[in-house]
Design a binder for this molecule. Sequence first.
Ligand SMILES: Cc1cc2nc3c(=O)[nH]c(=O)nc-3n(C[C@H](O)[C@H](O)[C@H](O)COP(=O)(O)O)c2cc1C
Length: 176
Amino acid sequence: MKIVTITSSPHRKGTTDALASAFCRGAEEAGHAVFRFDAARERVQPCLACDACRRTGACVQKDSMETLMPHLLEADVIAFVTPLYYYGMSAQLKTVVDRFYGKNSELSGGKRTVLLAASADDSDWTMAALERHYETILRYLGWEDAGRVLAMGCGDRAAIEQTDFPNQAFQIGKSL
Ligand SMILES: Cc1cc2nc3c(=O)[nH]c(=O)nc-3n(C[C@H](O)[C@H](O)[C@H](O)COP(=O)(O)O)c2cc1C
């Protein structure tokens, strides 16, 4: 299978990198092809809402989405990886998701997705809005959830390394 992992933290060795790296390792061990896109280190501009894509089929913006989109269109599984920022996904990830707009119909259906997220807080409502948003995107695009790791109470790499969360991400990758 073809797997696309979209990370979105500016921290190269942060908590969500621990999840993403473990997930990718599991998927590769299972024999899948993994394309990792680190959105925080790419140039992805916000959607201009110009609707040129609706008229011509192509986005007018020339940036790293030109690299990512062909992989997304071919992907069997997309992993969304995000630090929790104000109880939602990071702006870096949301900017990528908004750019799906130009290819909504081609992207719709037939894909499974994974959510890997980390937060400092660990209240029972900490990840509620993120999960609701994730589920709503899946419902809209006709995609199916293939697993989630919600690493709450993990404010930094040292904290997440004390937990089983990276192993859980590995197991999801391996099970695909
Ligand atoms: C801008 C910003 C917003 C944050 N918002 C939240 C939040 O709403 N709730 C929370 O529990 N942690 C919040 N955090 C903490 C991060 O989610 C947490 O430290 C996470 O592990 C960082 O992941 P990373 O190391 O992969 O960047 C925030 C951190 C930043 C920098």
